[in-house]
Design a binder for this molecule. Structure first.
Ligand code: KIV
Ligand code: ZN
Length: 388
């Protein structure tokens, strides 16, 4: 079976930047956009041009700088938004306007205060207007996760007829179960006329911690693009984390999907975004967290020292992280202690190792982690004599 390319649409600079306190200036956005291009993303959503003059200028600058990736600007289904997005994207080599409207009952009734038929009309008008400026138009059905599938299919079909090239199906509130979201994508694949001519896209939020699982369920059911952010930053609990979605697809090669991402740049990209947004990465974050490749319990350490794959499914070098770490704590065993002692030049026979281990445990119970300096002091104080 031929491998299918999954397009990576990065929205760190748009949905990601909506996080309170994470605002980036134009130069910071340009730096991140350059890094995203190096990373190999297919689409950079650079911002929401109508939202402020600063965002307009940033989108325009990213459009001018970017050589290989598509540069996308967000708009609502509002004439001025679309005209402004088109203006900001003028110098992009591959411009895309992302436009759309809420389609769930809740959005139609309480936010837009309108009717489903009017939403349909506005969707079509927005796509047509965007199409008058650029060839590549992505339509989003906001809150598609909670939208009735039959109505969603009608809107999608109308958007395709109006000229949309990509259909974005956001689980805006992060509500769907993976099975539900996957079934929604499948429903669209099976019921929307013309869907084979466009690309279906996932856009999942993480309110229930299911953004990555939902995106993958979407891909397994026919979506060909994943919208995501570095470190999963984004509104509320965030968006699908780019590094997670990419590594899920890569670590399951039998699924036959590939992305254009240079995974060895994931760690440095994560660190750059974290630093510029002043948004620390939680230590236990999948793929790029400081503890993602650290082992501290004796059972795990023994396994990893014997053969890394016993407790690691990813080689840390593949994602640009430092080598797996054997961290010494009171839960560590003799194997880990011997391994770390050896790394700093001490090789002990069984009797000396037992003695070292007894004093190590006393020390480890007193402090959270035992580091190399502690080991040197311990060897000296206990007058342990290495072999050879
Ligand atoms: O979550 C969402 O629905 C969005 C759209 C504006 C694409 O971010
Ligand atoms: Zn979103």
């Amino acid at each position: 079976m031929a491998t299918q390319k999954i397009h990576i649409f990065d929205t760190t600079l748009r949905d990601g930047e909506q996080v309170p306190g994470c605002k980036l200036n134009r130069d910071e956005k340009l730096l991140i956009a350059r890094q995203l291009e190096l990373l190999g993303v297919d689409v950079i959503e650079a911002g929401f041009p109508v939202s402020s003059p600063g965002d307009f200028a940033a989108v325009a600058a990213i459009a001018a700088q970017t050589r290989y990736a598509t540069v996308c600007g967000l708009s609502r289904a509002v004439e001025n938004d679309i005209i402004t997005a088109a203006e900001a994207l003028k110098s992009a080599k591959y411009p895309r306007i992302h436009t759309g409207i809420g389609t769930s009952d809740s959005h139609i009734k309480f936010k837009l205060c309108t009717t489903p038929e009017k939403v349909l009309e506005r969707a079509v008008a927005a796509v047509k207007l965007a199409k008058s400026f650029v060839e590549d138009v992505e339509f989003y059905a906001e809150d598609a996760g909670r939208t009735d599938n039959e109505f969603l299919a009608r809107v999608c079909e109308a958007a395709i007829r109006a000229g949309a090239t990509v259909l974005n199906i956001p689980d805006t509130t992060g509500y769907c179960l993976p099975s539900e979201y996957g079934a929604k994508i499948k429903y669209l694949v099976d019921n929307v006329r013309g869907i084979e001519h466009v690309r279906l896209s996932t856009h999942c939020h993480n309110d229930l911690g299911m953004a990555t699982a939902n995106s993958i369920a979407g891909v397994l059911n026919g979506a060909q693009q994943v919208e995501c952010t570095i470190n999963g930053v984004g509104e509320r609990a965030g968006n699908t984390a780019l590094e997670e979605a990419v590594m899920v697809l890569r670590q399951h090669p039998y699924l036959n999907f590939e992305t254009g991402i240079n995974t060895r740049l994931l760690a440095e990209t994560s660190a750059m975004v974290s630093h510029l947004m002043s948004m620390p990465v939680q230590p236990n974050k999948a793929i790029v967290g400081a503890n993602a490749f650290s082992h501290s319990s004796g059972i795990h350490q023994d396994g990893v020292i014997k053969h890394r794959e016993t407790y690691e499914i990813i080689d840390p070098r593949e994602v640009g992280m430092p080598d797996s770490a054997i961290v010494l704590t009171a839960r560590s065993g003799r194997a880990a202690l011997a391994y770390r002692l050896q790394k700093i030049g001490y090789d002990f026979d069984r009797t000396s190792l037992n003695k070292a281990y007894a004093s190590f445990l006393v020390l480890a119970d007193r402090q959270k982690e035992v580091v190399d300096e502690d080991l040197h002091v311990m060897v000296e104080q206990e007058q342990l004599v290495p072999v050879g």
